[in-house]
Design a protein around this ligand. Structure first.
Ligand code: NAP
Length: 249
């Protein structure tokens, strides 16, 4: 069945791969990111493959922008019933060097962003009596040096997910979280830069620690999101799936 999906942070990385995958699954997709111009490649990849997509510019941490974005998706693509809260940033630093801005920015995009998007989309899900929410957590939720802000946000995403599952289940809405391990994207590229390590070397080092012997790719996460968003996953809710090539990062 064709549904309308919103994927946040979908200009690149995991969000772009997830948008493409949901479009391939037959859904119309709103490709949402801070700058709508940056969404052009994802939208073109979807439409070139015969799918339906629009670019939407919005800051997920801005309530008015989120409400306007969701209303536009409903008007142009139909009621959004699939939501992937993927938009994210990192501002890594050891605790003693972490600024309040580093803390607030990360908590704001991940947690406030997922809250605002979910609150706006649930109206449509409840009205349609069907919905899927997928939230991006991380193996960092288990703790990671230099990421007090990010680990707190990603652990918070898990509690948020379980609560959505409890509150929205009666309306046919499931909520699940994906906790990726090391995935090759611009985010991990910027971590390598911060550490002063070449990206290829950084990927090889991380792949060495991963039981399946390779780094993860955005498509690995998109495949898990596709399952959670499927019709047949209706009895799977409130779960956290670690997609990390092994039991931990
Ligand atoms: P990425 O390549 O950095 O892409 C993130 C996207 O989110 C960017 O296009 C970014 O836009 C957008 N974004 C940032 N702030 C936003 C906001 N306020 N409103 C709307 N869009 C915003 O990251 P990624 O590696 O694909 O990660 C995607 C998600 O997976 C994140 O939640 C991340 O924490 C999580 N994750 C990633 C990994 C990994 O290894 N890569 C592991 C675990 C979890 P701009 O380019 O304009 O900033």
């Amino acid at each position: 069945m064709t549904r309308t999906a919103i994927v946040t942070g979908a200009a690149r990385g995991i969000g772009a791969a997830t948008a493409l995958r949901l479009a391939a699954d037959g859904h119309a997709v709103a490709v949402l990111d801070l700058d709508p111009a940056q969404c052009a490649d994802t939208v073109r990849a979807i439409t070139d493959a015969g799918g339906r997509a629009i670019a939407i510019g919005a800051d997920v941490a801005d309530a008015a922008a989120v409400d306007a974005a969701v209303a536009r998706v409903a008007a142009e693509l139909g009621a959004p019933t699939i939501l992937v809260n993927n938009a994210g940033i990192i501002r890594d630093n050891l605790l003693f060097k972490m600024t309040e801005d580093d803390w607030d920015a990360v908590l704001s995009v991940h947690l406030r962003g997922a809250f605002l998007m979910s609150r706006a989309v649930q109206k449509h899900q409840v009205a349609e009596e069907w919905g899927r929410v997928v939230n991006l957590s991380s193996t960092s939720a288990l703790g990671n040096r230099g990421q007090a802000n990010y680990a707190a946000a990603k652990a918070g995403m898990q509690g948020f997910t379980k609560t959505l599952a409890i509150e929205l289940g009666r309306y046919g809405v499931t909520a699940n979280a994906i906790a990726p391990g090391f995935i090759v994207t611009d985010m991990t590229r910027s971590t390598a830069e911060r550490l002063g390590v070449g990206f290829d070397e950084f990927v090889a080092f991380n792949a060495d620690q991963i039981p399946v012997g390779r780094a993860g790719y955005p498509e690995d996460i998109a495949a898990a999101a596709s399952f959670f968003c499927s019709e047949e996953a209706g009895f799977v809710s409130g779960q956290v799936l670690y997609v990390a090539g092994g039991p931990r990062a």
